[in-house]
Write a protein that binds this ligand. Structure first.
Ligand SMILES: Nc1ncnc2c1ncn2[C@@H]1O[C@H](COP(=O)(O)OP(=O)(O)OP(=O)(O)O)[C@@H](O)[C@H]1O
Length: 281
């Protein structure tokens, strides 16, 4: 559906993408996980044809996304909200639908469907300026979907959103995937990537450091689980592939006062790949 092949992109002297390659299969949600400045937004803007690569190739369904016929198959919910505050929710969606050539009953039906998806049906006649941050994000998502794209790019769609709206947005995206949409989801929240994405690409400094399902990434880069056990007032930390067996061996030798098993998460994967913590960068 979408392929970036050895893509380089710089802004003046800043290298934003440094030979980035990845591909997204039809119907999957691919997460782009990386710290601020990793190149996620640049990759998204190349995928929708807003930017051209300096070197390398970007294709959507095998064609250049800058081709207007290909652009119609793509929806973008940008990180910086792309909605008109002075317009109502419905007017915003009619505007975006018309831009993509919809009119008459088809436009009305598309606007209704997008409002329902964003759970904004009861606020359709209210101006976007009166909306909460979460509602604006949901309208931004609806605006990306109103023309019925096959590929949806979401750039940090939950930034600045309350937990309830965040949950609603994640559920909507999962629903869209079930209906066959292909989604690219950029985030620096590893919990969201782990919850939603079929595969995750870990980006840093304009390159893909690792790409796979979350269990694959954890297995390959996360290290062994750690059995943490308290015994005789002392806390032992034992990395082991077999925490249950290790616990049984330990318990046979001395009384265990408390124990738990720490398993790697995407944060640990990022740390092992870069030597830095995702949250700190
Ligand atoms: N228009 C621009 N002009 C100059 N430098 C830019 C521009 N856009 C991005 N950059 C730089 O390119 C690099 C990659 O930025 P990009 O926005 O793609 O990263 P990101 O992973 O999306 O980060 P964020 O989550 O902060 O948006 C950064 O060093 C950034 O400062």
């Amino acid at each position: 559906m979408l392929a970036l092949d050895a893509v380089h992109k710089r802004y003046g002297r800043t290298v934003a993408l440094d030979g980035l390659s990845l591909s997204v299969a039809p119907g999957e949600i691919l997460g782009l996980l990386g710290p601020n400045g990793a190149g996620k937004t640049t990759a998204v803007h190349l995928a929708v044809g807003l930017l051209a690569p300096d070197a390398g190739r970007v294709t959507v369904e095998g064609r250049d996304p800058r081709d207007p016929a290909v652009r119609r198959a793509i929806g973008l919910a940008p990180q910086a909200l792309a909605i008109y505050e002075a317009l109502t929710a419905e007017e915003n969606l009619r505007f975006f639908g018309e831009m993509y050539g919809l009119s008459g009953p088809a436009l009305g039906a598309a606007v209704d469907a997008a409002l329902a998806l964003a759970a904004l049906g009861d606020r359709r006649r209210d101006r976007a300026a009166t909306f909460s941050g979460g509602m604006k994000r949901r309208l931004n998502l609806a605006a990306a979907l109103v023309h019925g794209p096959r590929l949806l790019l979401l750039d940090e769609p939950t930034v600045g959103v309350d937990p309830q709206s965040r949950n609603a947005i994640l559920e909507r995206i999962a629903e869209l995937r079930r209906s066959g949409l292909t989604v690219v989801y950029t985030t620096h929240y590893m919990e969201e990537a782990a919850r939603l994405c079929d595969r995750v690409a870990i980006l840093d400094r304009g390159r893909v450091l690792a790409l796979g399902t979350v269990p694959e990434l954890l297995r390959t880069h996360g290290g062994d689980p750690v059995l943490v056990a308290r015994t005789g007032g002392e806390t032992l930390r034992i990395p082991t592939r077999d925490p249950a067996g290790e616990l049984a061996r330990l318990a046979a030798a001395r009384p265990i006062e408390d124990f738990h098993v720490e398993r790697a998460d995407l944060e640990a994967v990022f740390l092992s790949l870069t030597g830095r913590r995702l949250r700190d960068v």
